[in-house]
Write a protein that binds this ligand. Structure first.
Ligand SMILES: [Zn+2]
Ligand SMILES: [Zn+2]
Length: 244
């Protein structure tokens, strides 16, 4: 499978660089992980919106979900114009408000999930890990039909349970909101040292640091993650393509 980073900033987007969004594709089938600020616009550099039918949301903070509205109206208007007649499916933590918001717009459908859910869509199978964040949030483990594995942490503070969930992943896209030495427990985020630790303990082959902070020298994040044992560490960039 191939994963294209659509956006990688934490909190808010930068010029031409959205917050969280990752397009995962194999054999012409596509799923999108998270729909942060700017993702609906920028994902179109890589796919026509009418060819995207599955969006997985980790949680409902703006930097992961605010573009739901753009996707909903995109599908509604394209349906009215006769350009598409397939449902756009949203998968997210159970939430009556979001469910109502999605289901009331023509040709969009909401599918709630929890920690024990599994979805099989196209060549992908997706399972979830309940994170430690300020709202209900899930990490996702995506396995393709060749057994290749991509794990996306979404937002979370460090938990031992993430090690098993991430075990032997070919690629880990991890949030890396904080510099080494900063305690992320209360904020529900990880620092670079914790991310490197997680990748090393889980035996991850390639580590991509994402959900990046708007301050400091980002290269220090990569250096700290490597020092903590992370293999093959790269900072995420908008438009970056990752072969998994
Ligand atoms: Zn976030
Ligand atoms: Zn969050």
């Amino acid at each position: 499978m191939k994963c294209t980073v659509i956006g990688m900033w934490g909190g808010f987007p930068k010029k031409s660089e959205p917050t969280s969004g990752y397009l995962v594709q194999k054999d012409g089938f596509s799923i999108l992980l998270d729909a942060g600020s700017g993702v609906a616009a920028h994902v179109q550099n890589h796919i026509d919106l009418n060819d995207l039918h599955h969006v997985f949301l980790s949680h409902y903070h703006y930097d992961h979900s605010v573009d739901i509205g753009a996707f909903l109206f995109g599908r509604m208007i394209s349906t009215q114009l006769g350009r598409v007649d397939k449902v756009l499916n949203f998968y997210g933590p159970s939430d009556k408000g979001v469910e109502k918001q999605v289901n009331k717009v023509k040709n969009n459908r909401f599918h709630p999930y929890g920690k024990d859910s599994t979805f099989k869509v196209g060549p992908f199978s997706i399972v979830f890990h309940k994170n430690a964040h300020t709202v209900e949030t899930y990490a996702m483990r995506i396995t393709d039909d060749n057994g290749r594995v991509l794990v996306y942490t979404a937002d979370t503070s460090y938990r031992k349970s993430l090690i098993r969930f991430t075990e032997d992943a070919d690629v880990l896209i991890s949030e890396c909101s904080l510099y080494a030495g900063t305690d992320g427990e209360k904020m529900g985020h990880m620092n670079a040292e914790e991310v490197g630790n997680l990748a090393a303990k889980a035996g991850v082959k390639r580590l991509i640091l994402s959900h990046l902070p708007h301050y400091g020298d980002l290269d220090e994040l990569a250096a700290s993650a490597k020092a903590a044992g992370g293999e093959n560490v790269t900072l995420a960039e908008a438009g970056m393509e990752i072969e998994v």
